[in-house]
Design a protein around this ligand. Structure first.
Ligand SMILES: Cc1ncc(COP(=O)(O)O)c(C=O)c1O
Length: 384
């Protein structure tokens, strides 16, 4: 492991070496890269709020009210009325007993399992789960059992066989790399039948998905929480909400335990209150103006219609994450470079983010894309 040069040369040889691209403009439906304006299909800024004019003004005002930094971790003096108000608003919108605002989605997952970690716990995870969920188990004392991706028969086999006194099923709701959705009704049933808890990470569903327009968009929107038993719900602010940070919802007891025991929560400087207050304002904007979410769904439908008409092989997804399987890291990166020549910014997803030979092109749609931008993307994909 200490032969750094060798590690890097292997990554390069396997076409799995990552390079960062520095953008030169705010995050928006078009971005500037190397002096060139590109149509941006590679961001989780689903509602196009991260450069929203009204929210930018609010953040500036909030800095005048709250200052810049939070100055301390939440249990010292970093927890402000802004944090408290945001927690209360999310609790009210999602219908859980309590909420804890955390510094990021990654830390929400790691901090959740860190706080409850015990040897008697077995965590059952979908093989397609996000790295932060997998690491949350690996960094803890709990036992990790992974079931085949979206294969609930495999989960049932494994959960029934296991003799641990405490079981937790933990899943992405919208899988971050494929846009596929977990079946929460089914998972809740399996959890109930096997006396297991159910933890869900809705990073890509919060602010995005909805059956009922009067409720806040999320993967649990429209589900009856009296019937569907969700014991912990994680959401992030860095994606649809357009700001930064994350949260965990659950019972009053769970949130109290996190405050007492979650090391990433206790020992890290709290989010800046001005940003937290802006997050609350962004959430209120999403709730108040249904057109923001409507235009995202209209763009998803438009993209699917065009690709369907041209018989472009898109993997099945009803979410803003749309993918094309390529299966080779070099080919996928060559396509991304070619896309730039057509003024399109898309990213290839390679091992280890996806399993080997399942490299894919990941296209993220947002409410900010114009129909023309989507047409030019589809024209490019059609030429592949
Ligand atoms: C399912 C899932 N959970 C957590 C995260 C991390 O969230 P954050 O960017 O807030 O750390 C991501 C980010 O891509 C994700 O896809």
């Amino acid at each position: 492991m200490s032969d750094f040069k060798k590690i890097i040369s292997i990554l390069k040889k396997d076409n799995n070496y990552r390079k960062r691209i520095s953008t030169e403009s705010p995050q928006d439906s078009s971005i500037k890269v190397s002096g060139k304006i590109l149509n941006n299909f590679s961001s989780n800024n689903y509602l196009n709020l991260s450069n929203n004019k009204q929210l930018r003004t609010k953040l500036k005002n909030n800095i005048d009210i709250y200052g810049i930094g939070s100055g301390a971790s939440p249990l010292i003096s970093g927890y402000s009325t802004a944090h408290k108000n945001l927690e209360n608003r999310i609790t009210q919108l999602l219908g859980f007993e309590s909420t804890l605002v955390t510094n990021s989605g990654y830390l929400a997952n790691v901090g959740l399992i860190n706080a409850i970690s015990e040897k008697q716990i077995t965590i059952f995870q979908d093989k397609g789960n996000h790295s932060s969920i997998i690491e949350s188990s690996r960094l803890s004392k709990t036992k990790l059992i992974r079931y085949k991706h979206l294969n609930y028969k495999d989960l049932e086999l494994k959960i029934k066989k296991d003799k641990s006194p405490i079981k937790i099923i933990y899943t992405d709701t919208v899988f971050s790399m494929t846009g596929e959705q977990a079946d929460l009704v089914k998972l809740s049933l399996i959890a109930k039948q096997n006396k297991s808890l159910l933890f869900i990470d809705d990073a890509h569903g919060f602010g995005v998905l909805r059956e009922n327009k009067n409720l806040f968009p999320s993967s649990i929107n429209g589900l009856n929480l009296d019937k569907i038993k969700v014991d912990a719900y994680i959401g992030t602010f860095g994606k649809a909400v357009g700001t930064f940070g994350a949260f965990i919802c659950g019972s009053q007891e769970l949130i109290n335990i996190l405050i007492q025991k979650s090391k990433p929560y206790i020992y890290s400087t709290a989010l800046p209150p001005a940003l937290v207050q802006t997050t609350l304002e962004s959430i209120n904007m999403i709730m108040g103006d249904k057109k923001i979410v409507d235009s995202l769904h209209s763009n998803i439908a438009y993209f699917k219609k065009l690709t369907n008409e041209l018989k472009i092989n898109i993997n099945n997804s009803d979410t803003p994450i749309q993918t094309i399987s390529i299966g080779n890291p070099k080919t996928v990166m060559d396509i991304c470079n070619k896309a730039k020549q057509s003024n399109i910014f898309i990213q290839g997803i390679r091992y280890p983010t996806v399993p080997r030979n399942q490299d894919l092109l990941r296209i993220n749609l947002t409410s900010g894309h114009s129909k023309k931008q989507i047409q030019s993307l589809v024209e490019f994909l059609n030429k592949l």
